[in-house]
Design a protein around this ligand. Structure first.
Ligand code: 13P
Length: 254
């Protein structure tokens, strides 16, 4: 498959894996994926395993991502983690505005935009998540919701910063439900997001930005999803927790 944009496949482990389990999984992924050069590979363990995983991936093609960070750089924010702390563990990517955080922590587009700015200031690459709920899709509001989220969550970023930003389209109704968006639904949403990016920045930026699909990605649907012209990778939840399924997703995407 030839696409101008290099695929990026990331595992979002969410609140799973002790340090020992994380090291086990990474050892397996290193074995399985050592020869993969065609795809940028990222693992996003919980904060508590970042230090151990950072050491384990040093000599590999796996890059490290975090699942969230504070908009602030330091100070009295109990329980929060800032960009500088992530940098200590050689973290390269940070997932921002995941739908679970939008839902449970009530994260707003404006907050996500401030976090994205803070990530860039620390040379971390944000993976900014957007996606509609089932109710929004059924009410015919998908495009409206996506446009609002894209514009709001990327507000204030420069064109140069967009080259170091990844977007993840994750329809909320497809996350952890076993329901994958059809390839056509995914392609339509990705193409729409790219049009919004063209309006917000310019055509060239829109053509370069990588847009991942997330939501029940598994080995059996990875190939078809990745073959869509505007799908540039995957943000994988459940299937990233096991070496076999994550490795097969990667191999089936190449
Ligand atoms: P699942 O792959 O478990 O549906 O999760 C997707 C997701 O939320 C990745 O961030």
């Amino acid at each position: 498959m030839t696409k101008d944009r290099k695929l990026i496949i990331a595992g979002n482990w969410k609140m799973n894996k002790t340090v020992a389990e994380a090291l086990d999984l990474v050892a397996g992924l290193k074995r399985e994926l050592a020869n993969v050069k065609e795809v940028d590979l990222v693992v996003c363990p919980p904060f508590t395993a970042l230090g151990a995983v950072a050491q384990a991936v040093l000599d590999s093609n796996l890059r490290l991502g975090a699942q969230n960070m504070s908009e602030h750089n330091f100070g009295a924010f109990t329980g929060e983690i800032c960009a500088g702390m992530l940098k200590e563990f050689s973290v390269r990517y940070v997932i921002l505005g995941h739908s679970e955080r939008r839902q449970y922590q009530k994260e707003s587009d404006a907050l996500i935009a401030r976090k994205a700015a803070a990530a860039h200031a620390a040379s971390l690459k944000p993976i900014v998540c957007v996606g509609e709920t089932l109710a929004e899709r059924e009410a015919g509001r998908m495009e409206n919701v996506l446009e609002t989220q894209v514009r709001g969550s990327l507000a204030g970023l420069s064109k140069t910063q967009m080259d170091e930003t990844v977007i993840a389209y994750e329809p909320v109704w497809a996350i952890g439900t076993g329901k994958t968006a059809t390839t056509q639904q995914a392609q339509e949403a990705h193409a729409f997001i790219r049009r919004v990016l063209a309006g917000l920045f310019d055509e060239a930026v829109a053509r370069r930005v990588r847009i991942q699909y997330g939501g029940s990605v598994k080995p059996s649907n990875a190939r078809e999803l990745m073959s869509q012209p505007d799908v540039d990778g995957a943000l994988v939840g459940g299937a990233s927790l096991e070496e076999r399924s994550f490795a097969d997703i990667v191999k089936n995407s190449i």
